[in-house]
Design a protein around this ligand. Structure first.
Ligand code: ATP
Ligand code: MG
Length: 330
């Protein structure tokens, strides 16, 4: 079954196209990640999918209902945790959830048990009766997530659920997401600009940039789609001679050599490494160090968008490296 489907979805704000022809399908029970930088169009897409915004053109279905024609049915079946936390600071965590439970039409008879369940799910039971003004950012986010889960939606939308939180808190939130996904077999659609989050949490990732979907696949398929692993080695003896003979091995797509190291670009590094040792033994050189680097999701992002998620200095080198990999692939 398909949980979410969009067909040529477009949203324009004046002359600016925030969502540009987005067509994606999310299967039932998937954790789908929407990965993109600031302004990529993640929240706008999610607001259309959650019926808060009408598309300029194209269509979207969530749990089989058209978001424009049947917004009520869509809302009944989804939970939506917005990018900015929505807790009422003057109420306790429990009272925030009670308010939300009434808004979500949860029958009075099961409300308080459901609230207790959700507070336990996000580890807030002990602080449930404190005013949320005393909660940390991570606690507020957890309360928000609990609120989105109260009516046991089929699909949960999480817009940047861990932005601005420290790594420990982020990992905790990943744990809750995994737990609800597993316990309720919930479909989860989350947006993020954290590579690690997309990589570790998501079954599939859609990379969105300037409103357009650049690619969709599982993290591992995306990484191997780059088809380029990098082996770096240092040998005692002539690098040049060794590089020449390694360059003729099958599976080696490119090799570069300087006084310090030999860099080998290979489709399958693990298959190439033993043959590199054989060649060095044949030539009587000794390999002093060798390492294998597989492409990361950062590399994938750069390859498909032409820019880095982070504007650091390292990014510049990676950008260059992956422009090169792209040229090689072409
Ligand atoms: N109400 C609006 N009016 C005009 N332009 C808007 C509006 N909302 C968003 N935009 C523009 O649409 C583009 C996409 O914005 P959106 O909020 O969907 O991006 P995002 O991927 O969620 O970014 P972020 O990571 O910063 O949350 C941006 O260029 C933004 O400036
Ligand atoms: Mg956003």
């Amino acid at each position: 079954m398909v949980a979410i489907q969009t067909d040529s979805l477009v949203k324009r704000y004046g002359t600016q196209t925030a969502v540009d022809n987005v067509s994606i399908t999310v299967e039932d029970g998937e954790i789908f990640g929407f990965l993109g930088t600031n302004g990529a169009g993640k929240s706008t897409t999610m607001m259309i999918l959650t019926t808060l915004l009408k598309p300029t053109s194209g269509s979207a279905h969530v749990v089989g209902y058209d978001v424009v024609a049947n917004p009520k049915q869509v809302r009944k079946n989804i939970g939506y945790v917005q990018q900015d936390t929505a807790v009422d600071e003057f109420l306790s965590g429990r009272d925030n959830l009670a308010l939300q439970a009434r808004l979500s039409h949860i029958p009075a008879g099961i409300r308080s048990a459901r609230i207790d369940d959700m507070l336990a799910m996000v580890d807030l039971k002990e602080r449930a009766d404190d005013a949320t003004v005393k909660y940390s950012g991570g606690m507020r986010k957890r309360l928000d997530i609990a609120g989105g889960l109260l009516h046991r939606p089929k699909v949960l939308f999480l817009d940047e659920p861990t932005v601005g939180l420290d790594i420990q808190t982020r990992q905790k939130i990943w744990e809750y997401i995994r737990r609800v996904h597993k316990e309720y077999n919930m479909t989860i659609f989350l947006s993020t600009h954290y590579m690690e989050e997309a990589d570790k949490l998501c079954d599939r990732i859609g990379i969105i940039d300037s409103g357009r979907i650049r690619t969709v696949d599982s993290p591992s398929a995306l990484k191997s789609s780059l088809g380029s692993e990098v082996i770096t080695l240092q040998a005692a003896g002539s690098h040049k001679e060794l590089a020449e003979s390694v360059g003729t091995l099958s599976g080696v797509r490119e090799i570069s050599v300087d006084a310090e190291k030999i860099t080998i670009y290979a489709y399958d590094g693990r298959a190439v490494i033993p043959r590199v040792f054989e060649e060095s033994a044949r030539l009587g050189t000794t390999i002093e160090s060798i390492s294998l680097k597989q492409p990361t999701l950062d590399d994938v992002f750069i390859t498909y968008t032409g820019h880095d998620l982070r504007d650091d200095e390292q990014g510049y080198d990676r950008k260059k490296a992956y422009r090169k990999a792209r040229e090689l692939r072409a």
